[in-house]
Design a protein around this ligand. Sequence first.
Ligand code: SAM
Length: 279
Amino acid sequence: MLSYRHAFHAGNFADVLKHITQILCLEHFLKKDKAFTYLDTHSGAGMYELSASESQKTGEYLQGIAKLWELQQAPDAVEKYLEVVRHFNSNIDLDFYPGSPAIAHQFLRAQDNSHCFELHPTDANLLKQNLRHIRRSKVHTSDGYTGVKALLPPPSRRGLVFIDPPYELKTDYVKAIQAIEQGYKRFSTGTYCLWYPVVQRPYVHQIIDTLNSTAIKNVLQVEWCLQADSDAFGMTGTGMLIVNPPWTLKRELEVVMPFLEQHLGSTMSHYKIQQLIAE
Ligand code: SAM
């Protein structure tokens, strides 16, 4: 039984990093006219109302998107992200926060397509509703790990696989890497983005050690911790692992991260950007 609902966390600091990285990867596919496929294994509801009780209960977005919302100047990559969020807000107020499928569909062209997986029946229905006008998108109410495997390689041989598990089950730490490994065997030129939380450091080590033990090459890591590692309950940091990143991504993140640190960070916070596995 799944209990995780992204509505409690939408727009928090982890979403800010996750969605900026997503946009920088998506933009790379637009540099060529040739079609690409966007595959989202854990899609969520697609759109979140920040006045809803879930968002208001945690207030997590106040430490994330809300801190960037009224800034007059930001680096290009952050500005592009803010433009996407603004697209879903009709006035100066920050009322809605788009999830990864809604963000992706801002970049998909007529020749591109997407498959979005969401297991939670309530969120899957919301997602179908939120994407109902987009014909080139298919929503699957099924397991994203196995579903994505069957869709690789995409017909165009160009694709972004976005993997954003809730990690409420510890098996997600294993399944996420297995999904990348199985996908990579079928489609080694694809770009794979995996989001991870820093909740307990040994789980991050487990992901990285497992990834290192595979044949996968060319992995970039960006990690951002707002607090020191802790054994107590709660997420102290967040990270992204990107297989076959756009060649510009590292340089762009090197501009984004100091800016995020300045506006969302604290005296305790720190980040790292590193080529985890060589090309
Ligand atoms: N990617 C979304 C975004 O950025 O807006 C947020 C996704 S949320 C972190 C994770 C979602 O995965 C939840 O909505 C949960 O119901 C769903 N989920 C959990 N296990 C799944 C699975 N095996 N296959 C597909 N969806 C799953």
